[in-house]
Design a protein around this ligand. Structure first.
Ligand code: AMP
Ligand code: GLY
Length: 467
């Protein structure tokens, strides 16, 4: 099978690797030259992945049997529709269905319209004049989200990013001034998890649950990022996520699929639910219309023995063979190496020496993201996430330790969030939910003001990593 991968990050590198494992020939369409992705591609085209004509051109040139869209931007610009119009089976929902991700306002209104479970209280003020009333109407700590795409970086949370509700209101107004819409939501207390599923005409096929670390710094401090790392547990649940709550989240995905069908919205792709597990069960924070990054690396690492190309072809053509949806029972941990200061003021240009054979010899996989090749075994960091290392083991903290051991084979100036998948971090999250859900527990008083960071972001760079 010949498969086109659209996009050039670590998620796409992992997708291409999984396709190559099932002996598919991989063609790449991306703006950047990803050294890992290009290496395993039979052909790599430097095109704008959001340009429908250019992507269809590459697909036609190679007569591909399948196209897989990695990032959200091509979904937003109609690449999936253009590929389908050219009769190329495609993993990626139509632009109209991808509004679940590309418009948070659409998403909230859609879920409300269909009374899908797990909804939160929200207001989407249409004008600047309505913002103060929206804040008053919510009358609880709240979160402000730009409605449009921001790469996970535009959300501001009361108590984390601002203290005074007036500052939240001012932010919402600034979004409206810029021409976007703002969604204001009640702030939820709990622990977050990502649940992705293959969604197509024949149904919803869930993948293992993953926890992503969205904040830049240890202890969930610092700015919101695309995701600093992630883990998954051996039984495909999470330390704080029991089967009943995972099943409740799957039910929300199923209800959403039914609602999409009821509105005649085609969905053949991956539906990613970003959930908060609260004392009242899972609530939906956001939908993404694609694989998560880094979450894709967790689940694809567990898909080593199957026929990934057949599975994706099933998603693209509307009928999945459930026997192909099989993930190994192992824990996985992903850690992203990012430029120092990432999450606030990243310093680009640092060169990393990556001894891939030594890392692989430790049983750890390497996936490249926003880096340029800088000679044999060397890559140059940009301002985004650079290199992902993925370890597996039977326990999460063991997989985390494996990645740490592999870091000895990377030299240069970078930052890795140190608490990803460590035992104290897992225990802290489990304890948080246990307290929240204890019988008779009062809702915990969430912080209303922003705590001063006890370490400035610059000291977050690990000096021991400077060669
Ligand atoms: P989103 O892009 O909607 O997933 O939001 C980015 C991040 O903001 C989430 O991963 C959460 O950490 C946080 N967040 C979003 N919505 C809420 C909410 N209603 N309550 C608390 N935190 C939230
Ligand atoms: N890890 C969050 C995302 O892919 O949007």
């Amino acid at each position: 099978m010949k498969a086109l991968v659209v996009g050039g990050g670590a998620r796409e590198h992992a997708l291409a690797q999984a396709l190559a494992r099932s002996e598919a020939t991989v063609i790449v369409a991306s703006m950047n030259a990803n050294p890992g992705l290009d290496r395993l591609a039979a052909a790599a085209h430097r095109v704008d992945p959001t340009d429908p004509e250019a992507v269809v051109g590459v697909a036609r040139q190679h007569a591909v049997d399948l196209a897989v869209i990695g990032p959200e931007a091509p979904l937003a610009s109609g690449v999936s529709d253009a590929l389908r119009a050219a009769e190329i089976p495609t993993v990626g929902p139509s632009r109209a269905a991808a509004r679940l991700e590309t418009s948070k306002q659409f998403c909230r209104e859609f879920l409300a319209r269909h009374r899908v479970a797990g909804q939160v209280r929200y207001v989407a003020p249409a004008t600047i004049e309505e913002v103060d009333a929206a804040v008053a109407q919510l009358s609880v700590p709240f979160v402000v989200k730009p409605s449009g795409l921001t790469g996970g970086k535009g959300v501001r949370v009361q108590g984390l990013d601002f203290s005074d509700p007036r500052d939240g209101a001012a932010y919402a107004k600034s979004l409206l001034v810029q021409g976007d819409r703002a969604v204001l939501e009640e702030r939820l207390d709990g622990e977050e998890f990502s649940l992705m599923a293959f969604v197509t005409d024949s149904g919803v096929y869930p993948m293992p649950a993953v926890q992503d670390y969205k904040r830049a710094l240890e202890g969930d401090r610092g700015g919101n990022t695309g995701g600093m790392g992630s883990y998954s547990q051996r039984d495909h649940l999470l330390p704080f996520l029991p089967a009943a709550d995972r099943d409740a989240a799957v039910a929300i995905l199923n209800e959403t699929h039914a609602a999409l069908r009821a509105e005649g919205l085609d969905y053949r792709g991956v539906l990613y639910g970003g959930f908060m597990l609260t004392r009242d069960g899972p609530k939906l924070l956001e939908y993404n219309a694609r694989f998560g990054d880094p979450e894709a690396m967790n689940v694809l690492t567990l898909y080593e023995e199957g026929d990934f190309d057949e599975l994706l072809a099933g998603v693209a053509t509307g009928r999945v063979d459930p026997n192909l949806v099989e993930f190994r029972l192992r824990a996985t941990v992903v850690k992203y190496l990012v430029p120092p200061g990432y999450g606030s003021k990243p310093t680009p240009g640092g060169v990393l020496t990556v001894d891939e054979p030594a890392i692989e010899a430790e049983g750890v996989h390497v996936y490249y993201a926003a880096v340029d090749a800088a000679g044999p075994g060397r890559v140059r960091l940009g301002t985004s996430r650079g290199v992902a290392l993925v370890g597996e083991a039977s326990a999460i903290h063991t997989a985390s330790a494996r990645v740490d051991a592999a870091l000895a084979h990377v030299h240069g100036d970078y930052y890795v969030r140190p608490d990803i998948g460590t035992k104290p971090d897992l225990d802290r999250r489990t304890e948080h939910l246990r307290r929240l859900r204890a019988p008779g527990a009062k809702p915990s008083p969430l912080p209303l003001s922003v705590a001063p960071p006890d370490a400035p972001p610059s000291s977050a760079a690990r000096p021991d990593q400077v060669p």
